[in-house]
Ligand binder design. Sequence first.
Ligand code: NAD
Ligand code: UD1
Length: 340
Amino acid sequence: MRILLTGGAGYIATHTIVELCNAGHDVTVVDNFCNSQPAALKRVARIIGREVPYYEADVADSAAMERIFSENTFDAVIHFAGLKAVGESVHQPLRYYRNNLDATLTLCETMAKHGCKRLVFSSSATVYGVPDEVPLREDMFCKGCTNPYGWTKYMIEKILMGIAEADPDWSVVLLRYFNPIGAHESGLIGENPNGIPNNLMPYITQVAAGHLEKLSVFGNDYETPDGTGVRDYIHVMDLAAGHVAACDYAGCHSGCEIFNLGTGIGYSVMDIINTFERVNHIPIPYVIAPRRDGDVAACYADPTKAKEVLGWQAKRSLEDMCRDAWHWQSLNPDGYSDKQ
Ligand code: NAD
Ligand code: UD1
């Protein structure tokens, strides 16, 4: 298939390009580089052995999107483009609603106009809100989100469900990611957050690199086996493979389907620290700090539906995730801003 990746220079998309190309698909990227750099696509080119064609444009710019769809014929689109920092979304809600919703609306209008009606969307486990029970299944009622970022995902899911319901030519796959971490095994591509990371694994790798002094563990009094928060961490290359399966599925079904992409295993913050230290032989100094606002005790997937319907299952271990995350960080202390 010829596949357009919006937000294609970002963390998850760059890894997905590798898996799509391995599976024989052709990709084109559109990205405005608001949270990424063209250098990431150069690194992908080194892995796949050919250049990645890309457009620098905002997905909400209908003239630019019209030009991209006029110059190419796409069989499907994977829509990664979006702003994703939870805390930032609380302080800049309008920017988040404007960017994430406008990009989606313009994308879908342009796709419909050009008869391209297969769409895979990057949703998030955040749409489940504060769960009553775990593991989380796709058919569980989403009671509401805890921040504007989450609401944009929730609203976009509803918009895409409505589009697929109104026109049976559409095939929409909503992928609810759990906690992607790790990097491609080459160490050429990986997560490259701006400033001090908010998420656990990039914070740990920066402590390991000596850029940050110590980790704050947000709460050790949760109702979990060791009192620290439990999450479903998934290797980004497993997540990438899930997109290949989703594109195949979208190619031969219509309507709208939701899939959790997680491992089904919950690990605590202490599990992550201990595994990282053991695998990489680097101590991670930490202190116990108060709980972080908005955090839940435990969040992990029931990944049964993705296994049964998509034939996809995560394969990589927590050891792989910790090793590959550190491999990327240690080879790229300044992210993509070097001469590699
Ligand atoms: P990322 O920031 O690395 O990638 C997003 C890309 O979209 C960036 O390259 C950015 O420049 C681009 N972008 C943003 N708005 C755009 C616009 N209007 N026009 C064109 N390009 C635009 O993030 P990621 O971690 O790779 O996440 C990809 C998607 O998956 C996002 O939609 C995110 O919300 C979702 N998601 C991520 C996680 C996670 O933990 N990383 C979890 C759940 C869902
Ligand atoms: C967060 C977002 C979620 C998003 C996901 C992936 C919130 C409330 N949720 O999920 O919407 O999809 O990132 O980008 O922000 N932790 C520490 N110390 C740290 C950082 C984290 O103890 O310095 C703990 C957290 O309390 C949590 C776990 O580590 O228990 C994972 O945190 P994080 O990586 O930020 O992911 P989530 O909060 O699960």
